[in-house]
Design a protein around this ligand. Structure first.
Ligand SMILES: [Zn+2]
Length: 353
C-alpha cells in the first residue's frame, strides 16, 4: 500500500522517475467510468459478517463480481459487503466529489447540486461515510497530555414521527408548574452530556456519554481509549479528578487564582483546544439547523475527523485520503435502517418522569 511513509523514503531520483509515469497512468486509469470496486482489494481475507476465514467462492453477482459463501455463518458476501460501497451504483468520481462536499461541510441540498444524486442517496452516502470514518477515529489511543471537559446540548428529536414523539407529562394548575420550573434550572436530565478529550497529537474523543450532569461513570465508559501513562488536564471538576484517580492517571489541574487572568495549570496547560472544539460543535449544530439525537454521534465523529484532517493532511490530499480511509471502514447497517438507529439515550423514560 502506498502511503506517505513509503513516498518519504524514496530517493529524489526515484521520485522523479515515478513522476514521469504518473501523469499518463492517472489519465488512463481515472476516467468518468472508474468504479469504486477498482479501488478496493479484490481478494477477500475473511467473512465481513462473522470474521471467519472459512469461506468458499459462490458464483458471480449481476456486476460480474465474485461472490462468496461463509461456511460458518452461512451468509453470502462480496468484496464490497459492509463497505461504504455496498448497494451503491455511484462511481468513483461521485464518491470523491461527495467526500469533498462533506469535508467542506455542505448541506444535503448543496451535495445534490454537486453530485447530481438524489437527496435520499446523499443522505445514505453521508451516514455510510460517517460510520466508516467513526471506526477509523476510534483506532488511536489518547496519549501524553490529555485535556478533558464536557459540553451539553438539548435533546433534538428532528425527523421522529409524531406518533413516536415523547411528551413531557403536563402538570395541571399554575402553582405546580411554577415549582416544576424551579427544579429545571441548571443541567437537568433533559440535556445530553458530551465528553471531550484531546491529546497533544490532536487525537480526539467526542462522545455522547448519556443524559444529565457529567459523572465519573460517564468518563469511565471510554477508559479503553486512554493510554495508561497519560496525564489528565482539567479545571478540577470532581468527575474528571475521580476518573483520573480511579485509573491511576497523572493529574494536572487548572486552579485560577483571584488575580490571575490566564487559566493555565502549574505546568502551563490550558483547556483552550477543548473549548475551541466545543465552540465548533455548537457552530455545527447551528449550521445544520439542529441535528437529531439519533444521528448526533455520527456528526460528532465527522467533526473530529475534519479537524484532524486539517491538522494532519495538506488540503490537496484530503479528499483522496478520506476516501482511502472510508473504503476500509466497516459499515454494518443497511440504508433503510438509518432512520431507525437506536437512540443513544432513552428518551421515552426521560419524558415520562
Ligand atoms: Zn461468516
Amino acid at each position: 500500500m502506498i502511503n506517505e511513509t513509503f513516498l518519504n523514503h524514496l530517493k529524489p531520483v526515484e521520485l522523479e522517475f515515478i513522476q514521469a509515469f504518473i501523469y499518463k497512468l492517472t489519465s488512463d486509469k481515472i476516467t468518468l467510468d472508474t468504479t469504486n470496486s477498482e479501488n478496493i482489494e479484490s481478494t477477500v481475507s475473511r467473512c465481513p459478517h462473522c470474521g471467519s476465514f472459512h469461506f468458499v467462492k459462490n458464483g458471480f453477482n449481476k456486476k460480474h463480481r465474485q461472490k462468496y459463501l461463509c461456511r460458518d455463518c452461512g451468509k453470502i458476501f462480496s468484496d464490497t459487503t459492509n463497505t461504504i460501497f455496498s448497494h451503491t451504483r455511484s462511481h468513483y468520481h461521485t464518491w470523491t466529489t461527495f467526500i469533498a462536499c462533506e469535508l467542506n461541510q455542505m448541506t444535503l441540498e448543496q451535495e445534490v447540486v454537486a453530485t447530481g444524486k438524489s437527496k435520499t442517496t446523499c443522505f445514505h452516502m453521508r451516514h455510510k461515510l460517517y460510520a466508516a470514518i467513526g471506526a477509523h477515529i476510534r483506532n488511536t489511543l489518547l496519549k501524553g497530555i490529555v485535556k478533558m471537559d464536557s459540553t451539553f446540548t438539548g435533546i433534538n428529536l428532528k425527523g421522529m414521527k409524531a406518533k413516536n414523539m415523547p411528551r413531557i407529562s403536563k402538570v395541571r394548575g399554575k402553582s405546580k408548574t411554577d415549582t416544576n420550573r424551579k427544579h429545571k434550572r441548571g443541567i437537568n436530565s433533559h440535556k445530553v452530556c458530551i465528553v471531550t478529550a484531546i491529546d497533544e497529537w490532536d487525537t480526539m474523543l467526542l462522545e455522547i456519554a448519556g443524559n444529565g450532569a457529567e459523572s465519573m461513570e460517564k468518563y469511565q465508559k471510554y477508559v479503553e481509549r486512554f493510554d495508561k501513562d497519560c496525564t489528565i488536564v482539567s479545571d478540577g471538576k470532581q468527575a474528571i479528578l475521580e476518573f483520573a484517580s480511579n485509573n491511576q492517571f497523572q493529574k494536572d489541574t487548572i486552579r485560577p487564582k483571584p488575580n490571575q487572568k490566564n487559566y493555565t495549570s502549574r505546568n502551563g496547560n490550558s483547556l483552550g483546544e477543548v473549548n475551541q472544539l466545543h465552540q465548533e460543535f455548537k457552530q455545527m449544530i447551528k449550521h445544520y439547523h439542529g441535528v437529531s439525537i439519533r444521528h448526533l454521534q455520527h456528526y460528532l465523529d465527522w467533526l473530529v475527523f475534519r479537524k484532524q484532517m486539517k491538522y494532519q493532511i495538506r488540503a490537496e490530499a484530503r479528499k483522496t485520503k478520506a476516501y482511502m480511509l472510508a473504503m476500509k471502514g466497516s459499515v454494518s447497517f443497511v440504508t433503510k435502517d438509518i432512520c431507525s438507529f437506536e437512540l443513544p439515550i432513552n428518551v421515552l423514560t426521560l419524558y415520562q418522569n
